[in-house]
Design a protein around this ligand. Structure first.
Ligand SMILES: Cc1ncc(COP(=O)(O)O)c(C=O)c1O
Length: 451
């Protein structure tokens, strides 16, 4: 049944029709939750690996994974078992008050996993934004400098500093300023839109000559693969050039791996593909396997700059989330999710490449590992963004039981973020639905009546 069928245009129930649970929850949400908390209007009842079922019993294949969180799938048995075991011991003490071995063990494992042949330390927090905030704090106290350089199209969170660092206005920045000072943006390389590595480096040079002395810059912050910005992969030569610039001017290089990290691209950290070693790495999302956890991993000599009590928080490194994360790392190793990420990504890419050959509206297929996206354009030559088509594809897929997310500064990119643990059959089914939804949104196949 169409969950909306029982509602009139104002979202009120039509007399004599039974209201679906979805429609009821939509109405209650509208009354109780501010609209700023955007949501798709899917109300989940239960989820398993790469599938979820809503409150009205409709099944969805999940290509969103809670926005790149569920690399190990919904409720991985080993993660759930670790969480249940921890719940029998203690749920919260605050690491600053009564510390626990599991926090230290997870830090040791991440220090060993992160690139760089030097001593490392790790601090745990709750969200990606908090990890980025703390990475900047650490870079500032270490360098005794204040300026930070981030990139166009980057996304780093919804707190005020991370919004300042973010390079995408809608829906994140509009109306929420002013943002903290001493944040500068350079152009992220984007070959499909004609921005080469050389042009991006020239833009940094312009910043250094026109806006900010490199000797005042504490950090350069970059997503090696932009997430919200449209799955733009930073070219390896660009990342290498950033490393050189940072070394030359004593700047801390921070890789924001909140979306691209934790095996999503086929390596633990996406920057490893470029062979570049950052000074600090921010992680979140996939690390906790569905439980809130983030961290900053970095060179001990930089991480040690903050005075005791300067870092942390009440819930940072919560024992339940830490237990989940230790299990996530075990699952990544034992199920070899690195290889699986590459295979899932190859499958997605080959289906999309085949569709792009037929459909000029698919202007670009890109990504790394199982972080694959396609960009929709009105004209293959001008590459004018087609946000309306993008929204239509996402809506059509949802009607057919596939959850998708859009992204991109012009909201014209569809990203595929299936759990890395997705079964082959479910992956193929999801890709079939995706192809049908694209064709339907382009009018090549009748839009299907809602199941
Ligand atoms: C690269 C990146 N950094 C930071 C964040 C913010 O993370 P959170 O929403 O957990 O604060 C995100 C979230 O999407 C992200 O993709």
């Amino acid at each position: 049944m169409d969950p909306q069928a029982a509602m009139d245009l104002k979202g009120l129930p039509i007399k004599g029709t039974a209201m679906s649970k979805t429609a009821d929850l939509k109405a209650r949400q509208a009354a109780a939750v501010p609209p700023g908390v955007g949501s798709k209007g899917i109300y989940v009842a239960k989820a398993e690996n790469s599938e979820l079922w809503d409150v009205d019993g409709k099944r969805y294949i999940d290509f969103a994974a809670g926005i790149a969180v569920l690399n190990t799938g919904h409720r991985h048995p080993r993660v759930m078992e670790a969480v249940a075991k921890q719940g029998e011991l203690f749920a919260h003490t605050c690491f600053h008050v009564a510390s626990y071995e599991s926090y230290i063990r997870l830090a040791e494992r991440l220090n060993a996993a992160a690139p760089g042949d030097f001593a490392k330390k790790t601090l745990f927090l709750n969200s990606g934004a908090e990890a980025v905030e703390n990475a900047i704090k650490i870079a500032r106290i270490h360098t005794k400098r204040s300026a930070v350089i981030a990139f166009s199209g980057g996304f780093h969170g919804r707190t005020l500093l991370t919004l300042g660092l973010t390079g995408k206005v809608m829906p994140y920045k509009r109306g929420f300023g002013p943002f903290p000072a001493e944040v500068y943006h350079a152009e992220f390389p984007h070959p499909y839109h004609g921005v080469t590595t050389e042009q991006s480096l020239a833009d940094l040079d312009r910043l250094f000559h026109g806006d900010v002395d490199p000797k005042s810059v504490a950090a350069i912050l970059i997503e090696p693969v932009q997430g919200e910005g449209g799955f733009n992969v930073a070219p390896a030569d660009f990342l290498r050039a950033l490393r050189r610039l940072c070394d030359e001017h004593g700047i801390v290089l921070i890789a924001d791996e909140v979306q691209g990290g934790i095996a999503r691209t086929g390596k633990m950290f996406s920057i490893e593909h470029a062979g570049v070693v950052p000074d600090l790495i921010t992680v979140a999302k996939g690390l906790g396997g569905g439980f809130p956890l983030s961290g900053v991993i970095g060179r001990a000599s930089i991480m040690d700059a903050a005075h005791p009590g300067g870092l942390g928080g009440t819930y940072g490194g919560n024992p339940i989330s830490i237990a989940a994360a230790l299990a996530v790392l075990d699952v990544i190793e034992s199920e070899d999710l690195f290889t699986r990420a590459v295979r899932v990504g190859q499958r997605m890419r080959s289906r999309l490449d085949a569709l792009a050959l037929e459909l000029p509206a698919i202007g670009d297929v890109r990504g790394l590992g199982a972080m694959i996206a396609f960009e929709l354009v009105k004209d293959a030559k001008t590459r004018e963004p087609d946000a309306a088509l993008t929204a239509a594809i996402v809506a059509e897929a949802e009607r057919r039981g596939l959850i998708l997310l859009s992204c991109g500064v012009s909201a014209n990119v569809v990203r595929l973020l299936a759990p890395l643990t997705i079964q082959d059959g479910v992956l193929e089914e999801g890709l079939d639905i995706l192809a049908a939804a694209i064709n339907a949104a382009l009018g090549r196949e009748p839009a299907r009546a809602v199941a």
